[in-house]
Design a protein around this ligand. Structure first.
Ligand code: ASP
Length: 439
């Protein structure tokens, strides 16, 4: 039997009329039983998301000992949402209590979590559904990771026998019982946790776009929509900057093979994008599924004769970077050369120390740094079985007169990453897109 978990993002919660549309969507399908919501997002460009207003509340609380002033626009927003919905719900009392608790708790995560809390209280009221507080059922371990097993059990028992239930996204509690949030956009993860807990047949993620696009629409005009992709392709694309869905949201559903569907609250009949486990994924015939990228990386190039026969060379180099507490993105290597690609933001203030550390650790013949490098990933399961894909990719880049500074093919043959100058980033994405998708 079909059982859907629906997560509605911030733009789907933006005002009362939109929430009325959400109610329609949920009630049009009896299998849409469990709902996870974000805090109200922007209503128009230039508007401020409730979550951002809440971070402002915390700043004011630290300065003045109360968040009263900064809380006023949040209060006004929820009052008007309840009014637009025509609900007989005493939101003022809930808001008074919330504001008081923010002051008492004096915790950034607690403050930030209240947007989702209030949204869920309203939506539960609208649907006449049970409200389940995430702080009672979503748990983090002492080292800050999601405690999946404990959360799945608690959610399953909280929803038992319940026709419909609503849970706020974005937060849970840490090992000391204090409210803790995921990283920004984390309600997507909360939705996946609920989907796993109730063993849903589908996790619907409702946003304001009709699915994933094959590349960034700010770079290519109306790129094609991706009808379906695998969890792995999604990971690659979201890691490289395609941000429709939080990149970590696949982890809870992946083990249980639950597909995710990205849907548009404002065009509910659009098909959306289906994200499938690799074993259920059938390629739509495209060699390339999507192209995504990020700017602002630094490449440390290290050269030393007979590097390949020197035991422990790579380990020593990587230890230097590890000791500086910096994550590495890629490590392309040759017989006598290796490069380390690192986000320039992460390197800030630490580059000198790392270069000196590497010199001391392995005495390279040559070491140099190239900055302002953009990484562009071309992703698709179809690439591994189709002869000539890389030739087409590199030809397209060469024909656009772009110099490639680095190439890394993931060992899964699922992606090819190229490094180019930041200034060639947009041009390179356009060239790859038009080669594989037509212009
Ligand atoms: N409201 C939170 C944010 O703005 C979480 C979410 O929307 O998923 O990041």
């Amino acid at each position: 039997m079909s059982l859907k978990v629906c997560k509605f993002g911030g733009t789907s919660m933006a005002d009362g009329n939109i929430i009325a549309g959400v109610k329609k969507i949920i009630e049009s399908d009896a299998s849409r039983r469990f709902v996870v919501v974000s805090a109200p997002g922007k209503r128009f460009s230039g508007d401020i998301k409730i979550t951002d207003l809440l971070y402002g509340c915390f700043a004011e609380l630290k300065k003045c000992g109360t968040c009263k002033q900064a809380f006023a626009p949040i209060r006004a927003r929820f009052v008007s949402i309840v009014k637009e919905l025509g609900l007989d719900f005493d939101i003022q009392t809930v808001l008074d209590e919330t504001q008081k608790r923010i002051d008492e708790e004096c915790s950034e995560d607690f403050t930030a979590s209240r947007g989702e809390y209030l949204s869920a209280r309203v939506v539960a009221e609208v649907l006449g559904a049970k409200f389940i507080d995430a702080q009672d059922v979503v748990f983090f371990t002492a080292d800050g990771a999601l405690d999946g097993e404990k959360s799945y059990k608690a959610i399953a028992s909280a929803v038992a026998g319940c026709e419909r239930a609503v849970m706020p996204g974005y937060y849970g509690v840490d090992a000391d019982g204090k409210v803790k949030t995921f990283s920004r956009g984390g309600s997507d993860i909360s939705g996946a946790v609920v989907a796993r807990a109730v063993n849903a047949t589908l996790y619907e993620n409702w946003t304001d776009v009709s699915g994933f696009l094959a590349c960034d629409p700010r770079i290519v005009d109306s790129p094609k929509r991706i009808k379906s992709l695998s969890y792995k392709e999604l990971r690659e694309l979201s890691y490289m900057g395609a941000n429709v869905l939080h990149g970590d949201s696949i982890f809870p559903v992946r083990r249980a093979n639950i597909p995710i569907c990205i849907k548009n609250t404002f065009r509910p009949d659009d098909e959306g994008t289906l994200i499938l486990p690799s074993n259920r994924y059938v390629s739509g015939g495209n060699i390339v599924t999507g192209v995504a990228g990020k700017k602002n990386f630094s490449v440390i190039f290290i050269e030393k004769s007979h590097m390949n026969s020197e035991t422990g060379f790579v380990r020593k180099v990587l230890s230097v970077v590890e000791e500086a507490g910096i994550p590495i993105e890629h490590i392309p290597s040759g017989i006598d050369t290796m490069s380390i690609v690192i986000s320039s933001d992460a390197l800030e203030g630490k580059l000198e120390q790392i270069i000196e550390g590497i010199k001391t650790a392995v005495q390279p013949d040559n070491i140099r740094v190239t900055e302002n490098v953009a990484l562009i990933a071309t992703v698709g399961h179809g690439m591994s079985s189709s002869v000539g894909t890389s030739a087409r990719l590199f030809n397209a880049i060469a024909s656009a007169d772009i110099n490639i500074k680095m190439i890394d093919q993931g060992s899964s043959e699922l992606n090819i990453v190229v490094g180019v100058n930041d200034s060639d980033y947009e041009k390179c994405i356009k060239a790859i897109y038009s080669e594989f998708f037509g212009s």
